[in-house]
Design a protein around this ligand. Sequence first.
Ligand code: GLU
Length: 550
Amino acid sequence: MDYKKLAELLFPTIDKTPEDYEAIYPQRDLDEEAKITRFAPSPTGFLHIGGLFAALISERIAHQSGGKFILRIEDTDKKREVDDGVSKIIEGLKSFGIKIDEGFVDFDTEEGAYGPYKQSQRAEIYQCYAKSLVEQGLAYPCFCSEETLAKIREEQEAEKILPGYHGKHAYCRDLSYEQIEANINEGKSYVLRLKSPGSEDKRINFKDGIRGKIELPENIVDVVILKSDGIPTYHFAHVVDDHLMRTTNVIRGDEWISSVPIHIQMFAMLGLKPPKYAHIAPIMKEDDGGKRKISKRKDPEAAVTWYSDEGYPVDGVIEYLLNLANYTFEDFRRANKTAPWTDFKLEMNKMSNSGALFDLVKLNDICKNKIASYTADKVYTLAADWAKQYDEELYTLLTRDEEYSTAMFGFDRNPDKPRKDIGKWSEVRGAFSFMFDELFDGKYDDIANVSKEDICAILDTYADTYEEAPDNNEWFNSLKDVAEKHGFAREVKEYKQNPDAYKGHVGDVSNVIRVAVTGRTKSPDLYSIMKTLGKERVLNRISAYKGAIA
Ligand code: GLU
């Protein structure tokens, strides 16, 4: 068979050769350790948390080695593509601060010298490499219809042999040039298949960056490389793109492990060096005592938009994912309280093989710590940004008086032992409702150990004598005066030494004021709250509480 003639028959318009593309996309001039990684999603729906996880890991591996991170869009499956699929991916990555160097760095901006970065715009490149395989007798057109393929499947099932186009079922493998030409002249559609040199009794070995050594059977199937419309399959596009984009490390979901033999075979047949592979286990969720993958259909937290909607701080979510990737992140954070997460060195070989377990409590915890580490100004800015999009009323209240809101976010924000009451911006409304009359619901916690008469008497005295104190000490002293006046010990210690002599102690009295002012028995520093609310509002709150318990 004259394979060159066959290649011309199949690809008359392709005049470039792989050597031309080698020159267009040369080796990168980078340090030896620098890794080139990519995230290569298909725009088939929202960005999944597992996608963000994979993108983050690829981004870290690239940037911590001085390399580059590419965003490539794999849109060869037009049937599964959704309208705004691409922008959803870019928006998702952008909103979590994943830094992209090449490919789609923004909605309509492609950057980098190795593009185009959308597979649908690279048809000629794939066809050129496919043509070169045909020229060497390593790929061939297959005219088998759907019915024939279904029949092959049935026969293979009955014979209990590996399904797929191989062996005696690979009918089109040995078609003559004349038969092929006649089929084409008849207008028969065809796909292009790889003429797999694999043999059933051979195995391949490769070292996975996460799982270590893996051994799998060699590929023996003549897989499709170009579909009937000339568009490549995922397998072929991956090999061509990751070669020409000079990707050094392919980090992807572990559903692709079983395809590695096909990929390694394709690289070899094209005379190319394969990249290093690392396969990430999916994020798992506990369900009914068992474990299952986080599901797009069942779990709202599968979509990255959920984290933004809930108002989780971006770096809290990222740190949570880093923590899922490497349990050592926690030690790093403990030892480096204020360092940016980019200082952490992610290690792929410390990642789980079986899938890290999603843990909402842990996420909340990390986010609480994260928010506790922010300045009040930062909390104000981020909370207001979130509220602007998700809670208009809160946004209006927060921004009505920036100084007031910032003072509020500053309550108990002391660096040694900061208060940790919010883990996401949607919790601001509930945590601080007492700071806004519009949100204060007039519900009060019960006070167990002070009688109603004493509560009223304390409130009366307090209201009559209340002056804004210049500092916490003086404020507390005046509270002690009120305590003493009503038969409560000035000091907790005094009370403990002689409990029968008192109705209670100053803590009980401050609790009465706390409930009157905030509705709650637990609140941030009461002095700061009262000072920020101002005398008038404090007095109004006291009288409203009296009314409520009367
Ligand atoms: N487009 C493939 C996917 O979305 C990419 C796999 C890969 O990273 O190679 O699963």
